[in-house]
Design a protein around this ligand. Structure first.
Ligand SMILES: Cc1ncc(COP(=O)(O)O)c(C=O)c1O
Length: 383
């Protein structure tokens, strides 16, 4: 892409990934250059890096409302999720076999659960309503004596719907069942207060302006996990492998920046998203897939009747606009979103989905630039 094209492009796919925050990059550079020591080394070069790693753990724990000893650094959201689900299920195999997983989880959860089903665990899906919301009584009615774990995400990556996690946390605590919350789309975007009763929380840095390939798992004290990687004794014997210190530093600074801006950004993005919804509603045959009051401030998901989302993405891309049709991992494939199907949308309508996701770098100008192009693309595809 030339510089000219880069300037003209409009990025509306922050739920897939976000640009690296400049403060995060600045903070990372010394750990890519002079502070390159292995944090497990005993000499000064290693000790400096170890001190920074410990400080990052303390700073992140304060924002994630956990003890530093409950935080484990991983290679991203996918690894954190796999560690929680596989590590917990395998460690408690003798106590139960039943796992409850919401139908609209990210594939990191769904496919990790499927692998557990292949090992002999029983995985049951929790249904959702038309707006992708899990109802607490649907979970309560499915809990059994042998239920080990419930997995419900904080907010969905495609439609943005926020789940009643505080109530689910209490329900699970009362029944002594572990709750895993995929907070990949909410850390740095929403208050995490509702997650205080969750046994496990997974997050990923690249969704809040941090680098890719780094994330973390919060595992509450007393929740025994088996490792899923074998090697050195890093991360208190739970996650082998030399810690990715530059990225952990970048993640910490990005989370602090996002957290500091949270209140202001939430209302700014809600205003931008509402403006976007108002303009989208003027395109005939537009169906909204989430209700703003139930939704993350920065995600707007619609279906356009009688068109293919994939073709729309292609035309938008040619006009320099980056958006998504389904989840990031299925972008580029012709799969219809499992989230929209679970919400009861007909396959033909779900095939016309468009996700527009805003971020800290989004402006009114982005929406003003998007709308005439989008309208023209929809009209062209319907012709
Ligand atoms: C809700 C959700 N969970 C998990 C993941 C996976 O995170 P990572 O890309 O860090 O592996 C993503 C990324 O798209 C996501 O949106």
């Amino acid at each position: 892409m030339t510089e000219m094209q880069a300037q003209e492009s409009v990025y509306l796919d922050h739920a897939a990934t976000t640009p690296l925050r400049p403060q995060a990059l600045e903070a990372m550079l010394p750990y890519l250059k002079e502070h390159y020591g292995n944090p497990s080394a005993v000499y000064a070069l290693g000790r400096t890096v170890r001190a920074q790693l410990d400080a990052c753990r303390d700073r992140m724990a304060a924002i994630l409302r956990c003890q530093p000893g409950e935080l484990y650094f991983t290679s991203g959201g996918t690894e954190a999720i796999n560690l929680a689900l596989h590590g917990y299920a395998r460690a408690h195999r003798d106590q139960g076999r039943h796992l409850l997983v919401s139908a609209i989880e990210h594939h990191a959860v769904l496919h990790a659960a499927k692998a557990l089903a292949d090992e002999g665990f029983e995985v049951e899906e929790i249904p959702v309503d038309r707006y992708g919301r899990v109802h607490v009584d649907e979970v309560a009615g499915r809990l059994r004596k042998d239920t080990l774990l419930v997995a419900v995400m904080h907010a969905n990556n495609e439609i943005g719907t926020i789940q009643p996690i505080a109530e689910l946390g209490k329900l699970c605590q009362d029944h002594r069942v572990a709750l895993h919350v995929d907070a990949v789309q909410t850390a740095g975007h929403l208050s995490l207060m509702d997650l205080d009763h969750a046994a496990f929380i997974s997050i990923s840095a690249h969704k809040f302006g941090g680098p890719k390939g780094v994330g973390a798992l919060v595992a509450r004290r007393g929740r025994r996990l088996l490792p899923i990687l074998y090697g050195g004794g890093q991360e208190r014997e739970l996650r082998a492998g030399t810690e990715n210190v530059p990225c952990i530093v970048g993640m910490t600074v990005a989370l602090e920046s996002a957290h500091a801006e949270l209140a202001g950004e939430e209302s700014r993005l809600r205003r931008l998203a509402q403006d976007l919804r108002n303009r989208l509603s003027r395109i005939p045959g537009t169906v909204f897939n989430s209700r703003p009051e139930l939704c993350l401030p920065h995600i707007v998901n619609v279906c356009f009747e009688e068109i293919s989302g994939e073709s729309l993405l292609y035309l938008l891309d040619r006009a320099g606009i980056a958006a998504a049709s389904g989840s990031a991992c299925s972008a580029g494939s012709t799969l219809v979103s499992h989230v929209l199907l679970a919400m009861g949308l007909p396959r033909t309508l779900a095939a016309g989905a468009l996700r527009l996701s805003l971020g800290y770098s989004s402006t009114e100008e982005d929406i003003a630039r998007l709308m005439p192009v989008l309208q023209a693309c929809v009209e062209r595809l319907r012709r």
